[in-house]
Ligand binder design. Structure first.
Ligand SMILES: [Zn+2]
Length: 146
């Protein structure tokens, strides 16, 4: 499926950098622990309520890949994220999960993707992290809709 041009991708990467200094951004090294972490998120009531169509998300190893990745569902109920070793942090997991839950008819890092990411950050990392992220979105002229 052809998607609109990903015009704010760079600005999203820059803007989300604020979360690196966040106390809630922790590292989860082991693949098994990452999968447990994601399973817990996906089965949480707030997640079920918001994205009931997403039933499960598999965490893939990502060995040999430079970047983490998240695939949208494309008609199924199970998504997938790929997490290379050095990218296994809360912030990156949430970014990739946002790719799974975000609508597929807009740019990869479009305003609804950013809204999904911000919601995940709110629920997982807390209000303080959410405020930092959305403030940074505005500073870097990243469009988002909650
Ligand atoms: Zn992304």
């Amino acid at each position: 499926m052809a998607r609109p041009r990903d015009s704010q991708r760079k600005r999203v990467y820059t803007a989300e950098g604020v979360l690196r200094d966040c106390a809630e951004d922790r590292e989860i090294r082991k693949l098994k622990e990452l999968q447990e972490y994601v399973d817990e998120l996906v089965s949480a009531p707030w997640f079920r309520e918001r994205w009931p169509h997403v039933e499960s998300v598999a965490v893939r190893d990502g060995r040999g890949r430079k970047r983490a990745g998240g695939s949208p569902l494309y008609g199924t109920s199970s998504g997938e994220i790929t997490m290379p070793k050095r990218m296994r942090t809360t912030k990156i997991v949430l970014h990739e999960l946002a790719h799974v839950v975000a609508p597929v008819d807009e740019a990869w890092h479009g305003k609804r993707f950013c809204g999904c990411f911000a919601r995940l950050v709110y629920n997982v990392m807390g209000e303080n992290a959410f405020t930092q992220l959305t403030t940074s979105f505005r500073t870097h002229r990243v469009k988002y809709v909650l």
